[in-house]
Design a protein around this ligand. Sequence first.
Ligand code: P1T
Length: 378
Amino acid sequence: MEFETRAIHEGQQSDPQTGAVIVPIYLTSTYEQQAIGQHKGYEYSRTGNPTRNALEEALASIENAKYGLAFASGLAATTTVLSLLKSGAHIVAGDDLYGGTYRLLERVVKNWGVTTTYVDIDNLADFETAIQPNTKLIWIETPTNPLLKIVEIPVLANIARKNNIVLVVDNTFASPYFQKPLDLGADIVVHSTTKYLGGHSDIIGGAVVTSNEQLYTELKFYQNAIGAVPSPFDSWLVLRGIKTLAVRMREHEKNALFLAQFLEKHPKVERIYYPGLASHEQHQLAKEQMSGFGGMISLELKGGLAEVERFVSKLKLFLLAESLGGVESLLCYPAKMTHGSIPEAERIKRGIKDNLIRLSVGIEHPLDLQADLENALG
Ligand code: P1T
């Protein structure tokens, strides 16, 4: 079956008891057992819940994976994956990452005795050089947050396999509609389902998928042992979001390409980052690795913070807010918002300048969005 069909049906059979077409929200923390040691497959909702299970099956299916696990947030998913590591382990991570992932690695995971080396994402050979005898994990995003760089997954998968290292790809920005990292050799895919999968800016959620049985068994254990699971209602909202993912992603991309082309020519814009533009340094790679370029654009305005503040204050449709991937357009100022937890010198070194703005392009009418940007830039 094709993606659109699986997104609507996989794990979502009609309810055997009532015929309800939509998976019910099983608001229960526990389940009656028929006798000691005898139950109908569910014991306690941290361990398993039918609404969450439906979501987990759907997540696995749309990533072409065998197994899916749902979490209470993207960072809960990330934390659970990082719990695979024992004290003394080492991570090699790309240097363009969501600021919260960086904060988790530096201020939480480091205290477990697990260290991270950040590698310039533009130079894949550096990943191999950074590997130490205790390196257990490679962690990347592609496209990256916020600079929308593209990392060639098969090259890293090769390096990881050769060195017996697990490759994790955070696929939040592309969504499974445009990119399937497991097909390209990744071992684990992580998502913030808060973003495109949920799609309506009304929940916080996360996901992990894999086709590796051993990794799944360990991750499933940690999901239950750590307990950062989503509620049945949040699971249901993500499941509902997934049904329209394909339609939404096509619109996000169409609008983003239109606006990126407009912004690229605008005299007030110094630089634009959108993998769908022929001028993007990795446009060709993006075309090969992804089936679409997504809805995120970053840009540098001419001038500094004053120009950014003026631009932001004049926008009416693009709302100044953290997050991305909802139907409404948002604007984020990474230096002070999503990447504010990266020390300034380190942030500048990574290319997140004071005039950088990130747009999450929604699915409003593109001409309204263009008019909003044009007016604010003017
Ligand atoms: O916010 P949460 O659901 O915990 O997801 C964390 C996360 C993980 N990975 C990526 C690539 C992300 O972008 C995020 C969250 N990002 C934002 C809130 C943001 O505005 O970029």
